[in-house]
Design a protein around this ligand. Structure first.
Ligand code: SF4
Length: 604
């Protein structure tokens, strides 16, 4: 659309800025463009909650087009869990609506003197008093604002009570069932006293070559339905990965104290959809139609209508906290989402205190009287709002896994599930998937670089016809991860959904037809490398050290049981991390070399 919107909440000014086209060619949009702006505008002394921090909602070049899953946007900021970069992607419609409202992205800075929300409607920007929506949950806020503004086709990105209270892992909700979650981006939104952004408009994304782009988008629409990822999420949602996770030993169960979860069949995507009423709620231009709204048909919680949790919600509020009834898990996911909390951090902080309660390290005197035994759904239902409102024992947990463990002491630190000194991994037992663990350990924290199951899926277009074996080829995993990260960084930059990703040539053809550029697959992979290296430079400026790229003691332990019993990544993780650095042109301390910086054309 050729312009960004910059809003200064301290002064109430909103100005249009022309998109720097030279920068756009190098960084495209989304997470990559956000990383570049962070590097330029947020110096080391600016903390996550300071006026000088930027909170960006960035579309990509594909957002709002006919390419599948192009309602996606990425939030980029300095996050409060790692005090380094945070980039988090959400699908749905909001990315398309940023474009329809006339912009390629929104940069928010400053701190408002009172709570406000932002309306961007057909290029007209208003900052409004948020008094009416304060205290509302994420779903209520979206429904209220679209109705009050008379804009039923608007998209709303908002925080819930957890963001208002700056829970360190608060997230941002948009289009009801979609969440940009990682690294406390909702807490940053709360620190700016910004409750919501409403985006609406009818502007069309200009296309360089309409005929060629239509063909490329059509081929992509077809191709994404034929990949392993696309066909699975289309048929049964990401819940279709739950039983495979359980039988291969990478489902997290009771805070990693076991890997056995016999109840997995009722949780798997096919059984979940068969046991509930379901209505598809597809995202912008997506043929996979995987987003779904469920109605619970049996007790308990009969009549609950909620968005179908992804695999991570089913695992996190099921096996990981010892809950074995899928309806109870649906209820817990619904409450968590309404409060607006990142479920990765939330489930692992709750599973930590449950394990400590079971071990007698914590008692009812510590937990405000809650009996935090495994599987006690009623206790967790009482605990979730306490965390969101920072009430009593909940205030301790609102700091996230690592900081909660530090406060409780050594018994907690040895059991806590975290990586990189302060952030929970995705909701898997990563002791059973070494490539995936290493991908998150070295992540900046970018959403796709941290979500690269290089040890599972073949990707012939980047030379990974056969994924490396997950336990016997650790350096092969590190090599694969470096390839994966370069490709999938493009997805974060381009404004498309991870699940709709196809082979590079088809995506590059669509980008060239859309923009008139003449990029090659190699250019795109170099762009991904530039994107990741730029974020790394930001993190180094903000205190990154090599020692941070590791995992907590519990993750380094051997698998206690199940198909991977006795296997531990402890002796291999450091060499995997250093091999990845080498593949990225960084030194042994994880610092990009001068030659790498120059070859990528990163001006610092
Ligand atoms: S695959 Fe799912 S999350 Fe992605 S765009 Fe399609 S419906 Fe949305």
């Amino acid at each position: 659309m050729g312009k960004l919107l910059r809003v200064n909440l301290s002064t109430g000014e909103a100005v249009d800025e022309p998109l720097d086209m030279e920068k756009a060619k190098l960084y495209l949009g989304g997470s990559a463009m956000g990383g570049r702006i962070l590097l330029e505008e947020v110096p080391a002394e600016v903390g996550a909650y300071d006026e000088g921090n930027r909170l960006m909602f960035l579309a990509g070049p594909f957002s709002g087009t006919a390419v599948p899953g192009s309602g996606t946007y990425t939030v980029v900021t300095k996050g409060p869990l790692t005090n380094q970069a945070a980039t988090a992607q959400a699908n749905g419609w909001f990315g398309a609506r940023i474009k329809a409202a006339g912009y390629d992205g929104i940069i928010v800075q400053g701190i408002s003197p009172k709570w406000v929300y932002l309306v961007i409607n057909e290029g007209v920007v208003e900052i409004r008093d948020a008094g009416d929506v304060m205290g509302m949950d994420t779903q209520e806020t979206q429904a209220h604002l679209t109705e009050a503004l008379g804009l039923p086709k608007a998209s709303v990105a908002c925080i819930g009570p957890a963001g208002e209270k700056m829970v360190r892992f608060a997230n941002i909700s948009s289009d009801y069932g979609h969440f940009a979650s990682t690294n406390g981006i909702g807490a940053v939104m709360g620190s700016k006293r910004l409750k919501a952004i409403v985006a609406h408009g009818t502007a069309k994304v200009p296309v360089y070559d309409e005929v060629r782009f239509k063909e490329a988008a059509k081929a992509w629409q077809k191709g994404c339905q034929e990949t392993i990822m696309g066909s699975t999420v289309s048929a049964v949602g990401t819940g279709g990965f739950l039983s495979p996770a359980a039988v291969t030993g990478w489902l997290p169960v009771k805070n990693y104290t076991t890997t056995v979860f016999d109840e997995h069949p009722q949780y798997n995507g096919d059984a979940l959809r068969a046991s509930t009423g379901s209505t598809r709620t597809p995202c912008h231009a997506c043929p996979l139609h995987h987003s779904t709204r469920l109605e619970v048909l049996t007790e308990p919680y009969k009549g609950l209508v909620t968005d179908e949790p992804e695999y991570e919600g089913l695992a996190g509020f099921g096996a990981n906290i010892g809950v074995t009834n899928v309806n109870e898990t649906l209820k817990l996911c619904d409450v968590n989402d309404r409060m607006g909390m990142d479920l990765k951090e939330c489930t692992f902080v709750i599973s930590l205190v449950m394990e400590l309660y079971e071990a007698g390290v914590l008692t009812k005197d510590d937990t405000d009287g809650l009996e935090l035994t495994w599987g006690n759904t009623e206790a967790v239902l009482a605990l979730l709002p306490k965390i969101a409102h920072r009430d009593g024992f909940g205030d301790l947990l609102a700091e996230g896994v690592y900081r909660t463990a530090l406060k409780i002491g050594p018994e907690a630190l040895k059991r806590a599930i975290y990586i990189r000194e302060g952030i929970a991994p995705h909701v898997h037992d990563v002791r059973g998937m070494w490539g995936y663990l290493m991908g998150q350990v070295v992540s900046n924290f970018g959403s796709i670089e941290g979500f690269s199951p290089a040890d599972m899926l073949p990707e012939a277009d980047i030379g990974l016809e056969t994924p490396p074996e997950r336990f016997t080829d650790p350096l092969g995993l590190a090599d694969a991860q470096a390839k994966w990260a370069r490709k999938y960084a493009f997805v974060d930059a381009a404004g498309t959904c991870f699940f709709t990703t196809v082979a590079l040539p088809g995506m590059v053809e669509a980008l060239n037809a859309l923009t008139g550029l003449d990029l090659t697959d190699a250019d795109i992979l170099e762009g991904g490398w530039r994107h990741i290296t730029t974020l790394k430079l930001f993190n180094i400026r903000h205190g990154f050290k090599r020692e941070q790229d590791t995992a907590s003691p519990r993750i380094l332990e051997a698998n206690p049981d199940g198909p991977n019993v006795g296997i531990s990544v402890a002796k291999d993780l450091a060499s995997m991390v250093e091999r990845y650095y080498m593949n990225m042109g960084w030194d042994a301390e994880g610092r990009p070399t001068q030659a790498t910086i120059e070859s990528l054309g990163i001006a610092v």
